[in-house]
Write a protein that binds this ligand. Structure first.
Ligand code: UTP
Length: 291
């Protein structure tokens, strides 16, 4: 059913991270740690598990540390090698590109909105379907969330939006999808709306940060006026594209942690530590002692 394979992912990280300031002032938000790795490390791993071969980071000023994180640092690697610390060395190297040229970094120049950030990737993506991953939404899932989206795409083609139920009474905080009936987890969409006033939401399913889009979105974003919050919204661009292409919403199986939010980041740290066989016992004891 699907056309071309999904090989590239856009990871927009150029936002200001206002909700986790001052932590995100000099450390890009998506380099903040969850346990012992930056948030981005988990998301790149998720992308690789879905077959992604090229990563396009949309970055802002002062975020050079992201590029450095995905480069080798001979001083560190040589020192670990000399000391025989092979486990730490393997861990440090785990996130590096498998070969040079696997990652691109594009400056957004001004945080004009998610739609604008995605549009910045147009030349690197070219004429093929691609994934968009909002890295601050960390998704614990088996199979990984993007792999679930790619499997859905292989069935339906077109465009896929990963969704999940919003907490009771909180639909007005999110982008919400409208469905053409609900049968199982993968359903055709009929619309979407950004932050609908309570009581007007077309469903309780919010767009949670993983998408597979056709490249036709770029020409739409190019001329799209600013929407909610004065920003160029990806949701508005997708709503326009939906007039001529199919969109399906996939209710993925897993748990999302919004690491762009203080408590979300704390929850992710606790949950990921408890899920780590090497740390779980100590983490549980430390948390118990605090309660
Ligand atoms: P958010 O709105 O969650 O991120 O955007 P933010 O703007 O960094 O956070 P707050 O609201 O100020 O706390 C979702 C994703 O889109 C990226 C962000 O970096 C984040 O990963 N983004 C957003 C951009 O890359 N450029 C933009 O202009 C806006």
């Amino acid at each position: 059913m699907a056309g071309k394979r999904v090989r590239k992912a856009v990871l927009p990280v150029a936002g200001l991270g206002t909700r986790v300031l001052p932590g995100a002032k000099t450390t890009p938000k998506n380099l903040l740690n969850v346990v012992d790795r930056p948030i981005l490390s988990y998301v790149v791993e998720e992308a690789r598990a879905a077959g992604i071969e090229h990563f396009v980071f949309i970055v802002g000023r002062g975020q050079g540390a992201i590029e450095d994180y995905f480069d080798s640092i001979p001083e560190i690697e040589n020192a670990l090698e000399a000391k025989g610390k092979v486990d730490i060395l393997a861990d440090v190297r785990r996130d590096l590109p498998k070969q040079a040229g696997e990652m691109s970094f594009i400056r957004q120049m001004a945080p004009l909105g998610l739609g604008h950030a995605v549009w910045c990737a147009r030349d690197v993506i070219g004429d093929e379907p691609f994934a968009v991953m909002l890295p601050d939404m960390l998704m614990a899932a088996t199979p990984p969330a993007l792999a679930q989206a790619v499997a859905a795409y292989d069935r339906t083609g077109g465009n896929i939006v990963v969704v999940e139920p919003a907490p009771e009474g909180e639909t007005h905080k999110y982008g919400i999808v409208a469905l053409d009936g609900q049968d199982g987890r993968l359903n055709r969409m009929t619309g979407m709306v950004e932050k609908p006033p309570l009581g007007t939401e077309p469903s309780n399913l919010f767009i949670s940060g993983r998408y597979i889009l056709q490249p036709d979105i770029f020409e739409i974003l190019e001329t799209q006026p600013r929407g909610a919050g004065g920003e160029i919204q990806l949701t508005d661009g997708m709503a326009t594209l939906m007039k001529r292409q199919d969109f399906h919403a996939l209710e993925y199986e897993g748990t999302t942690y919004d690491c762009g939010d203080k408590i979300g980041l704390l929850r992710a740290n606790v949950a990921f530590a408890l899920a780590r066989p090497d740390l779980a016992d100590d983490a549980r004891a430390a948390i118990k002692a605090l309660l």
